[in-house]
Design a protein around this ligand. Structure first.
Ligand code: SF4
Length: 1411
């Protein structure tokens, strides 16, 4: 087998080195050799790798280091410390520039050189033979395209240590039959001239030189330079030595290579050398080698040869590697741009980046000294200017009309002395007009009139050596200069790479040093905190250091990956967010977890106690900042409980370990445990990850029950156990009896190639246990959702085998209590109280109990956890980062500016800093931790917004069409929505009791509660008086069990359908007469979106038309529909409980007649109407009352501040303006926002605000404007895949193709959800992607453009590359073959790409076979 040069060098490395360190040009650009090696650690060239590596090298381990020439030069100071270590440093001279080799002549390390694939392998072997004796050696190899045979590792690795290079070459000769020496001569034996070539050019020069009678000497060993060896290979007639060094630079400087020949000059003279001529070679090839040789020989034959000629062609700079590197650098700059944009926002034209890329002779990674030097220079110039101004004012040597100028200059001088500047622009203008000599002198220094905010921007490489990096100098200067240090090392790399821990904490260093403002920020964690830090740093009159986190593994990473890495680092305390004011010694902790070093600093400064006292909510996290402590505590508790349990039981032990995401495996495990206990077994049920391998090995009987996650992966709470088991080589399980049961769905992965994912975890686990020789208690059992009884079919058979094997099969299961259902929880909750109050008070956990989690939904609150950091926290022994989502009940979707301002404030103060406009036109706040929840709910109520019934099995928020163009109609439908919402609102007083009653320490004012105490609508405060004078909670429509499932009502106004009227339990189509009076509504019933993957009994459905009802009856009609559903909906199976199934099960006519029966009236014939689209129309419109409305694009409804789009700040400013001048906000069902009711007088001011905060930008592709995604990761507990964060990325990848096909302005409704619950109504989209597993989606096509037709599954479980490969050609076909005005979904059906779905019941029919 032949191999490349890199592979050949790697072959030698692998055979000898036990430690391998590789430095690469960029995170996404590997060095060539890395493809063939498994490094101990990798580094980046720009991060001074040798500094770190030199610390890691021992005297005993043979070590290989692969470096770029630049990294080697950077690390020169550390080479001497390696001298006595068994190290070989390999350097590929990527572009043939050998000047670095001669530059290292004084490094003190031997240098060997190679030029081809074969000699690179051989010389590397020689180098290791020498290194084994404890000597470091440098090996340079010139790139070569040839191939060589690899020498078997077994033959190489037996080579022992040698003391000299000559001996090493002998060893190689014995191995390969190839001779090497320090200098190698080729050419005529009678040559009188010899070329000594340091570089790869020798290969080209040899032939023409030999033809001219001259010889070539290849330099194999450069240092120590051994003149005797050189002489030993010279033919005896040689009189002239032509010394050639290959390089890139055009210079006439004396070659340092030449100096080596003067060391033992006399020896050369004694040999007979008469003349030595030095020249430099650039690029040499077959084309120019002959003329180069001729020129060199002609020059050498002159009486006085010219020294330092430069010959050869220029090296092109377009090496592929360099281009890739350049691209990577640009990507890195793009990522880091997030911080630069915020700096620009804060300081605008007053920002002075002292080491920006356009600084002369510098780039962004330039050392701090460079920037600091520039700063000092500028200060010097400013002092000069001050002196000139002082003299100018005193001498009054300006032109005639200089009174104003002198006055301004005087003011400027005073302000300049105090570090600021006044009216610099006016001064410069007047100076230009003045024309005097004095003015001209001042104008020469005009750039120093302004005082700028000076920043030095650098990378985390500065953190490795604070003393020499210049950071210390800036600190010690006490000058008003700011440093922004961007750290890009991901936390996961730090954990894996011991070397990275060598890095210093600049923040701590600076705080300990004193007199410096310090902030640690992360733009992907808190934009506001970055902003604050930049402003505070600028204000502080002294040095400031802002440490900014921007972790990325590769320069090509997108912002989503950076965000996830950031969250893990901040949450774990690796990257705490804080700000430190040296003047007051105020320390503000902006995140909740800190790492040990910082804790020690704070302890010392006595700040920790103060922090805990100030922020009691921190104290828990502050105390738990060390994962190890927590973990060990938790393990002890678990062990104690486990021992107690064992002690109390008597029968045969049975340990049941489950891995479960959705809860099925867990409840099966618990069921098995209960049944085992009733048979007298000592059963223990625990998550798989809680079973240690040590405990497992001493168990008697262990059964595993696991479900299947993602693409055949283990569920979250089994992953760690599986990873440990997989890698446990010497685990002895011979005494343990085991069995495994798996839960899966054999149709979940319809493609043949994916079939093996079915029950993969269980199969893998069973195979591994058998490999580890565990005994079989019962064979592997598999439960399949597709079996007649679902997984129970397989489970029942498997369970019987377990009892049989344990000898307890004859005994029954005892009295098993039935599982607790949602219906039980509702009944037991006492009208939605449960134990919520107690749960909120329990500070030992961020969570609430399982049944309270169900009850809080009725209060509009969901418990969630941050899934981005779930694994990390689990690994650290911490509970998930629980937080709550609160959804506002906002009938009509309108919010006053005051309400907006409050929600905005709550998002910052109580939530995660963002707010979400939902797919049902209301607000959601995410990230409300338990102790903030009540304050957030009270805050909402203080502006008359509540959350009652926003989730849960009740009527939800009533959504209406945003309708910016018709004020009169909008007012009527908004009123209808309000009436319906109030009419169907739960009457329980539990909401009031739990969230609103009494005063609360978090109320912003004692008056807060008066607002809702006196509210006539919304949540009820007083119970109902029933017979016998008893005051009780009474639900006239719901009763104690409320509805079987959620119930949703929407109103639309044709031709618009921005609410997706067909997708909800009740869809009301407004019928408007010629006077814009809404006379009534056509009533659709039974729409619904939620489904379960591969469960054909579940399906999405569009609403069925019941008929027309007059406007004054509409709330009654909604009530009656709800009551029929209440009494007939399926309360046993929540997957079959929505109204859509009730209607299909009853039949539409029967259902309608039951509604009419309760109503006491009949529906009239539905009135004609025409709907044309379900999208939003962006930009300004004027309504008939002359009010202006602007629909702005909020991508997927997430209102937040980013460096590119400070939308949240912009909308806050807008709300402040509107609060004074009038206007309101309307939220749309497509998750966008209408700035409403703006008068002509205010429109200019509003436009200015929109422009300033980039809210007026609607210039996106029509696809993006028509797209929508649900929340999904990281907060939604049901998400199987990304949605809100990923759809924008995917659309960007499609947009180029759309542009190419001329489709940029053609609207296509595209929707994405993270699971089949369908919150963003994907089943009605023309193109839909529904999450199946992380990174994998079902693709559905053929929905109707205005939401009237369901789509159909086209492909299952496909990833991004397949999605793009399918969609792009289909878009192209559409662009070429569509009929006039034909929408994409319609086209796909006409073209036969997908069959139409005519009714929900047929959603699963006619699916393409390849789907
Ligand atoms: S569709 Fe699924 S993933 Fe998306 S928000 Fe709804 S429940 Fe969560």
């Amino acid at each position: 087998m032949t191999a490349s040069q890199s592979e050949a060098v790697a072959n030698a490395i692998s055979a000898f080195a036990s430690k391998i360190y590789i430095s690469q040009p960029a995170k996404s650009v590997n060095s060539k050799i890395s493809a063939f090696l498994e490094p101990t650690a990798t580094f980046q060239d720009s991060n001074d790798p040798l500094l770190v590596i030199s610390d890691l090298i021992s005297e005993s381990d043979v070590t290989a280091i692969s470096l770029s020439p630049q990294a080697l030069i950077q690390g020169l100071p550390y080479l001497s410390s390696l001298k006595e270590r068994p190290v070989v440093i390999h350097v590929e001279l990527q572009d043939g520039n050998f000047s670095i080799v001669s530059a290292l002549k004084d490094s003190g390390l031997p240098i060997v050189l190679s030029y081809t694939a074969q000699d690179s392998q051989d010389v590397a072997i020689a180098a290791y033979a020498l290194a084994k004796s404890g000597k470091a050696i440098l090996h340079f190899y010139s790139p070569s395209d040839d191939k060589t045979k690899l020498i078997a590792a077994s033959r190489i690795s037996s080579i022992g240590a040698v003391d000299t290079l000559e001996e090493a070459f002998k060893v190689v000769k014995a191995l390969t039959w190839t001779s090497y020496s320090k200098f190698e001569y080729s050419g005529p034996s009678k040559a009188e001239t010899a070329f000594v070539v340091l570089g790869g050019a020798g290969a080209y020069l040899a032939k023409p030189a030999n033809a001219q009678g001259a010889g070539i000497i290849k330099v194999r060993s450069y240092q120590p330079f051994d003149t005797d060896s050189l002489i030993s290979v010279l033919p005896k007639n040689v009189k002239k030595l032509l010394v050639l060094e290959q390089s890139h630079e055009l210079s006439s400087n004396f070659q340092s290579f030449m100096l080596d020949f003067f060391r033992d000059f006399n020896k050369l003279i004694d040999f007979g050398i008469e003349i030595i001529v030095s020249s430099k070679l650039l690029k040499v090839s077959h084309e120019n080698s002959k003329s180069i040789v001729e020129t060199l020989l002609t020059n050498a034959n002159l009486a006085k040869p010219v020294q330092n000629l430069t010959l050869g062609a220029n090296f092109e700079s377009d090496f592929e590697e360099l281009k890739t590197l350049q691209q990577a650098k640009q990507s890195a700059v793009k990522l880091e741009d997030a911080y630069m944009k915020i700096l620009n926002q804060v300081y605008g034209s007053n920002l002075n980046i002292l080491n920006s890329e356009d600084s002369e002779g510098s780039d962004a990674s330039t050392t701090p000294e460079f920037g600091y030097g520039k700063f000092l220079y500028a200060q010097d110039k400013r002092s000069q200017l001050e002196e000139l101004v002082h003299n100018a004012i005193s001498s009054t040597s300006f032109g005639v009309d200089s009174v104003e100028l002198v006055e301004l200059l005087t003011k400027w001088l005073v302000s300049s002395k105090s570090g600021s500047a006044t009216q610099a622009d006016s001064i410069i203008e007047l100076l230009k007009k003045d024309g005097s000599e004095t003015a001209a002198k001042l104008l020469e220094l005009q750039e120093y009139f302004d005082v700028k905010s000076s920043w030095i921007v650098g990378s985390d490489s500065w953190s490795y050596d604070l003393g020499s990096s210049g950071v210390h100098n800036v600190l010690a200067s006490g000058k008003n200069v700011n440093m922004l240090i961007i750290d890009s090392t991901p936390f996961s790399d730090v954990k894996a790479n011991k070397a990275a821990s060598r890095k210093k904490d600049v923040g701590l260093y600076a705080m300990n040093f004193g007199g410096c403002y310090v902030a640690s920020v992360a733009v992907y964690s808190s934009y506001t905190q970055v902003l604050q830090a930049f402003i505070e740093a600028g204000k502080y009159d002294g040095p400031s250091i802002v440490l900014a986190y921007l972790p990325y593994k590769s320069e090509a990473d997108d912002s989503l990956e950076v965000l996830k890495e950031t969250k893990v680092a901040v949450d774990s305390g690796y990257w705490p967010l804080y700000r430190y004011q040296p003047t007051t010694s105020d320390f503000a902790l902006d995140s909740t977890v800190i790492r040990r070093e910082l804790e020690q600093f704070l302890e010392r400064e006595n700040k920790l106690t103060m922090l805990s006292a100030k922020n009691p909510e921190f104290s828990r996290n502050l105390k738990f900042s060390h994962a190890d402590d927590v973990k060990s505590k938790q393990q002890n508790v678990a062990r104690d409980a486990y021992s107690k349990l064992l002690e109390s039981l008597t029968g045969a032990p049975l340990t049941i370990a489950f891995a479960s995401d959705g809860g099925n495996a867990e409840s099966l495990a618990k069921k098995l445990g209960r049944r085992g206990a009733s048979r007298g077994l000592k059963t223990t049920v625990l998550p798989m990850d809680d079973l240690t391998l040590e405990d497992f090995a001493v168990e008697e009987n262990v059964v595993f029950i696991t479900s299947t996650s993602g693409q055949g992966e283990f569920p979250q709470n089994g992953k760690a156990f599986w990873d440990a088991l997989k890698s446990a080589a010497d685990l002895d399980l011979t005494t343990v009896k085991v069995s495994t049961f798996g839960l899966g769905d054999s149709l979940y992965w319809p493609r043949k190639e994916d079939k093996h994912y079915y029950n993969k975890p269980a199969k893998d686990l069973s195979a591994r246990l058998s490999f580890l020789q565990a005994q079989e208690l019962a064979p592997l059992g598999l439960g399949d959702d597709q079996d007649a009884d679902g997984y129970s079919t397989g489970y029942d058979a498997w369970e019987a085998l377990i009892w049989e094997a344990l000898g307890v099969s004859g005994q029954g299961n005892g009295d098993e209590p039935p599982p607790i259902t949602n219906e039980d929880m509702k009944i037991a909750s006492n009208f939605l109280r449960g134990t919520i109050v107690q749960g909120l008070q329990d500070q030992s956990t961020g969570a609430i109990s399982a049944s309270d989690q169900q009850m809080t939904k009725f209060h509009g609150i969901y418990m969630q956890d941050d899934r981005d950091i779930r694994d990390e926290r689990k690994a650290s022994g911490l509970e998930p980062a629980y937080a709550f989502m609160a959804r506002v009940r906002l009938p009509g979707g309108a919010a006053t500016p005051k309400q907006w301002l409050k929600i905005d404030e709550l998002a910052d103060v109580r939530g995660n800093g963002t707010l979400k406009i939902t797919t049902r036109a209301t607000f959601q706040l995410h990230g409300l931790v338990k102790h903030n929840l009540k304050a957030a709910i009270r805050g909402m109520n203080s502006v008359l917004m509540d959350t009652l019934g926003a989730c849960g099995d009740v009527n939800r928020n009533v959504m209406v069409s945003a309708l910016p163009g018709n004020a009169k109609v909008h007012a009527q439908i908004a009123k209808s929505s309000y009436v319906i919402s109030e009419h169907l609102l739960p009457q329980t007083t539990a909401y009031h009791e739990i969230w609103l009653e009494g005063a609360d320490e978090n109320d912003s004012s004692p008056k807060d509660s008066r607002v809702w105490e006196n509210r006539p609508d919304g949540p009820k405060k007083t119970k109902t008086l029933v017979s016998g004078n008893a005051l009780v909670d009474y639900e006239p429509f719901y009763g104690p069990t409320y509805l079987p499932r959620k119930f949703k009502v929407v109103i639309t106004v044709p031709p618009y359908n921005d609410v997706d009227v067909y997708a909800h339990d009740v869809g009301l189509v407004a019928i408007v007469d010629e006077n814009d009076i809404v006379t009534g509504y056509n009533v659709l019933a039974g729409g619904g979106m939620g489904t379960t993957h591969n469960n054909k009994k579940t399906y999405p459905r569009t609403g069925s038309m019941l008929g027309y009802a007059p406007i004054d009856q509409v709330h009654i009609v909604c009530e009656k529909i709800m009551l029929v559903q209440r009494d007939n909906g399926d309360r046993k199976n929540r997957k079959h409980a929505r109204l859509k199934y009730t209607i299909d099960d009853m039949g539409q006519d029967v259902f309608k007649s039951k509604v009419e029966e309760l109503w006491g009236q009949k529906f009239a014939e539905a009135k004609p109407f025409e709907i044309k689209s379900n999208i939003d129309y962006f930009g300004w419109v004027k309504d008939e009352l002359n009010f202006n409305h602007f629909t702005c694009f909020i991508e997927n409804g997430r209102v937040e501040d980013t460096a590119d789009l400070p939308q949240k700040t912009g909308l806050r400013e807008l709300a402040k303006y509107m609060d004074v001048n009038g206007g309101e906000f309307r939220l749309t069902g497509n998750q966008h926002l209408v700035i409403s009711n703006i008068t002509d007088e205010d429109i200019t001011a509003v436009k200015e605000i929109l422009y300033k905060y980039k809210l007026d930008n609607t210039n996106f592709s029509a696809l993006r404007l028509s797209s929508g995604a649900c929340v999904a990761f990281p907060t939604c507990g049901l998400a199987m895949a990304e949605s809100e964060r990923y759809l924008p990325v995917l659309i960007s990848k499609i947009e180029n193709a759309l542009e190419e096909y001329g489709l940029r302005h053609d609207s296509v409704v595209m929707r994405m959800t993270g699971c089949p619950n369908g919150c963003a109504r994907p089943w009605l989209a023309e193109v839909a992607l529904v999450g199946k597993a992380y990174g994998a989606y079902n693709l559905l096509l053929g929905g109707g453009y205005h939401g009237q037709r369901l789509n159909k599954l086209f492909r299952s479980s496909i990833k991004e590359d397949e999605i793009l490969a399918i969609l792009k050609p289909l878009f192209k076909r559409w662009s070429l073959e569509r009929h006039e005005g034909e929408h994409f979904g319609d086209f796909l059906i006409r073209a036969g790409v997908i069959n139409p779905t005519t009714e929900g019941k047929y959603f699963h029919d006619d699916v393409p076979v390849e789907a």
